[in-house]
Design a protein around this ligand. Structure first.
Ligand SMILES: C[S@@+](CC[C@H](N)C(=O)[O-])C[C@H]1O[C@@H](n2cnc3c(N)ncnc32)[C@H](O)[C@@H]1O
Length: 289
């Protein structure tokens, strides 16, 4: 009941101006929030309004117009960028045991490299976990090629933290023994990703909901062998989720793998374009023609 009252209060504060806020953000920053679930947007707008001590929706719109930095802070909040290394360890075990060996066996001829994309990478925990696993498996198999992980997000602060590559003990708790000493440098209370793994990851800003760009700009070299898009689709309305999935599938080469978050399900039309590899871990493969 208390929660319901809280949500109604939040709703009343901003609901009259939410569509105007969408238009304003699109005009000011080219960023379209209309595909995000409305309740989630309302909650984040209310948090920002409280942070700047504004209780009226129109006053917040004026504030947004006069303070460009507020646009960034609001967009950053849409992420709720909670993440950690090897989030859902079973998914990464399957990556090392089944997915990467299959990719290495079936790389397109003339190419020894694995190209991966962490879409909605937050502060880089997922991208570095992918890079560590790729490096580990390539080493174990004495594979000559390189691993490249493109890491993208809309949150500039998170991207900057990813580039810095320094994490707390809690963030790296799931890194298994053997990888911890090999890939992380202990600096007192924190851990720094070693240069070899850092060099495998390229960061860039990319909005997955935008139609004009098919994949991150770093992707000029071709399609990806592996795409992770985990714990982000939950923010989107069904049509936007479908559009983002179409984009991810397009960015994959035939035979490449797509990995989603464990509560992220695909619509029937999208499911027809994928083979399910592991239902529980949400691992799919793009079929070969
Ligand atoms: C909860 S984090 C997930 C991080 C990581 N994938 C994981 O599973 O641990 C969601 C991330 O999606 C990003 N995000 C939200 N909307 C986005 C968009 N339109 N395009 C790209 N990234 C987006 C957020 O900024 C945030 O960093």
């Amino acid at each position: 009941m208390e929660r319901l009252m809280e949500e109604t209060k939040v709703d009343n504060q901003v609901k009259f101006s939410l569509d105007r806020l969408f238009q304003e953000l699109k005009a000011l920053r080219g960023f379209d929030l209309s595909g995000y679930r409305r309740n989630m947007v309302l909650r984040q707008v209310a948090t920002r309004m409280a942070a700047v001590n504004i209780i009226d929706g129109q006053a917040y719109l004026d504030y947004l117009r006069d303070n460009p930095q507020e646009c960034n802070l609001l967009i950053d909040r849409m992420g709720v960028n909670v993440s950690r290394f090897f989030r859902d360890p079973v998914v990464f075990e399957l990556l090392g045991r089944d997915v990467l060996p299959d990719l290495l066996r079936n790389l397109p001829s003339g190419c020894g490299n694995i190209r991966a994309w962490s879409a909605g990478c937050s502060e880089g925990e997922e991208a570095y976990s992918m890079a560590m696993m790729i490096h580990f498996i390539m080493n174990a198999r004495k594979h000559d090629g390189k691993g490249i992980v493109v890491a993208t997000d809309i949150d500039c602060t998170a991207l900057a933290r990813g580039k810095r590559a320094i994490y707390s003990r809690e963030q790296v708790l799931n890194v298994r023994l053997g990888m911890m000493e090999k890939y992380l440098i202990n600096r007192g209370d924190s851990y720094e990703v070693c240069p070899e793994i850092r060099d495998m990851v390229q960061y860039s800003w990319d909005d997955l909901t935008v139609d004009e760009t098919l994949a991150p700009i770093e992707n000029i070299a071709g399609t990806f062998d592996l795409v992770f898009c985990r714990n982000m689709l939950i923010y989107f309305t069904a049509p936007i989720k479908k559009r983002v999935l179409a984009k991810l599938i397009k960015a994959l080469r035939p035979g490449g793998y797509l990995v989603l978050g464990d509560s992220e399900f695909v619509d029937p039309e999208t499911a027809m374009q994928l083979e399910e590899v592991d239902f529980k871990s949400r691992i799919f493969r793009k079929p070969k023609p």
